[in-house]
Design a protein around this ligand. Sequence first.
Ligand code: PEP
Length: 251
Amino acid sequence: MRRYVIAGNRKMNFTPSQATAFINEIKPMVAGKDNCDIIFCAPYVTIDAAMKAAEGSNIKIGAENVHFAEKGAYTGEVSAQMLKEIGVEYVIIGHSERRQYFGETDETVNLRTKAALAAGMKVILCLGEVKEQRLAGITKEIVSIQTKLDLADVSAEDMKNVIIAYEPVWAIGTGLTATPEQADETCGQIREALCEIYGAEVAEATIIQYGGSMNEKNAAELLAKENVDGGLIGGASLVAEKFTAIVDAAQ
Ligand code: PEP
């Protein structure tokens, strides 16, 4: 049985004091809603404040990226060991905005994934096709290749700590959402790729989220689909009522 995971990607929003206020606001709203894991991935400098505010609640705080080296001359970067030491369990890797604006490739996504897993973290690995690829009818090939490249040399054992977020790039922050059928079909194709790499047991056990303009109105339909095990939510994770409604849809 796969468990729903509802994760917010805060992107570059909220200062530390705003993060504290937000977590304090949403904490009572999601209290006792234990049919899903609830995670907010936040900018590095807000993690500490958000974690303090979330203490004793069912909300976990994660990071939005991590570097692949343990330490060294990588100005501006943060290692998995640093995140682990302050108690961060989850990290988003390979978000399309990182791929699009910061030169992230499947190779660096793979390196980051392996570094995070080696440090004992849980990874939310983002992948998905761009609009031209969907229109060309090659979505299945694209997500399958990304799955294989991003997870190269990740063991079946480590897959217990990997969540995949299927995020069609054309749906992120655009207000366009994949239909529940498209989301289910493509999450299923990612599961097929996992089956080819790891076999059916790992493929069936891996949590695959959908992300791309998921909101309080479309969440229930998306989450009802067999292969959709949760959501990675950007815009709607900034508004307590909207995010809570998505958590409710997962109950
Ligand atoms: C995201 O940032 O991962 C995302 C899915 O954003 P949005 O929900 O705003 O499309």
